[in-house]
Design a protein around this ligand. Structure first.
Ligand code: KG4
Ligand code: ZN
Length: 333
């Protein structure tokens, strides 16, 4: 029996989760609304908000799990990548608690945890599987041969898919984070109304910066002819942009599956909460005879359940960290 506390603090969510032998008992998230008025995450404000939230969030996660602090076997925390001040809060908290409880700590890579969120619910993908991880900072196709044998076989050369959503939202005058709002407006729009270009990048890599520029020029031209262009066509613009981002992502995923022969295919990360992507992913899976896997909605965007589950797999292999470990803003797997 292993009871693992997971702590996530890499960006603007303070989160804690308790898992028992791979089963999530509690999953608590405090989101930081403060960043919306600045149009993006302000690192210093994020660190301060983590300081305020971390004790109540961990307390609530313990309480809801039905376990007590003394029953914990290890504490897993996000060690990289992320905002350094934000990571430090979670890391220092995890270390302090581990010293007082005399239990080990487990350092977790945030992007690995996004991928392994697919191992939380049943049915689980079999190894090897492919995972399209799409978040605010990353866009990767990962070949996952075991929980610890992960290889990035394709990634973005510039913006991440989440950034493409958020920057489009900014151009449209929508608040941060814009991804969920584009998703919402797209639901009632015509995705075929406007055509945006698909970048021609070789291999399994992505690029979103050209798309962002073409959206900017398209909107500027639209406003020249009608100052209310955005208001009048918001749903169709959102649906058309979303459809293009989704097709860029899925075309590469199909290519990756054909090249590797792997048919167990997952998505993960904040953008995998997008309804358009989820639906198109299922359709693409049916057309290509894939076994498709999508984490539950609450395990797509940043959360600590994915940290706890990754911690659990590391616990099974005694992959503990020394107390001297420090967080890093950037890190390979
Ligand atoms: O994984 P995540 O929560 O944090 C990072 O590790 O970056 O991803 C955040 C990103 C943001 O860019 C946000 O706009 C996007 O995920 N996102 C969405 C949706 N929900 C979150 N993008 C499109 N549609 C959504 N429903
Ligand atoms: Zn994330």
């Amino acid at each position: 029996m292993a009871v693992i506390l997971g702590i996530e603090s890499s960006c603007d969510e303070t989160a804690a989760s308790v898992c028992l032998d791979g089963k999530i008992l509690s999953n608590v998230i405090a989101s930081q609304g403060i960043h919306a008025k600045y149009g993006g995450v302000v690192p210093e404000l994020a660190s301060r908000a983590h300081m305020q939230h971390i004790i109540p969030v961990v307390n609530e996660a313990i309480e809801r799990s039905g376990k007590s602090l003394n029953e914990l076997d290890a504490i897993a925390f996000t060690q990289a990548p992320g905002l350094i001040g934000a990571l430090l809060v979670g890391a220092q908290f995890a270390k302090s608690l581990s010293v007082s409880l005399q239990i080990p700590i487990i350092a977790v890579h945030h992007m690995q945890a996004h991928v392994l969120a697919n191992l939380i619910n049943d049915p689980k993908p079999g190894f090897p599987f492919l995972c399209l991880t799409v978040s605010g900072g990353h866009t990767q196709i990962v070949c996952c041969r075991s929980p610890f044998d992960l290889e990035v076989i394709g990634e973005t050369r510039d913006d991440a898919a989440g950034e493409a959503f958020d920057k489009t939202a900014k151009i449209l005058g929508l608040p941060y984070p814009g991804g969920p709002l584009i998703d919402k407006y797209a639901a009632s729009g015509d995705s075929k109304r406007y055509k945006f270009p698909e970048p021609q990048i070789e291999g399994l890599d992505f690029s979103f910066s050209g798309l962002k520029t073409s959206i900017l020029y398209f909107i500027q031209d639209g406003i020249k002819t009608d100052p209310e262009f955005i208001e009048k066509n918001l749903a169709d613009i959102c649906a058309s942009v979303q459809a293009r981002i989704v097709s860029i992502l899925l075309n590469k995923l199909v290519k990756a599956s054909k090249e590797t022969g792997i048919k167990d295919v997952c998505i993960a990360g904040g953008v995998s909460a997008n309804k358009g992507l989820r639906a198109a992913f299922e359709q693409t899976g049916n057309a290509n005879n894939w076994n498709t896997f999508i984490p539950s909605f609450e395990y797509c965007t940043d959360n600590a359940a994915m940290i706890a589950i990754t911690g659990y797999y590391k616990f099974l292999e005694n992959k503990f960290s020394d107390i001297s470990i420090t967080p890093t803003a950037r890190a390979a797997w």
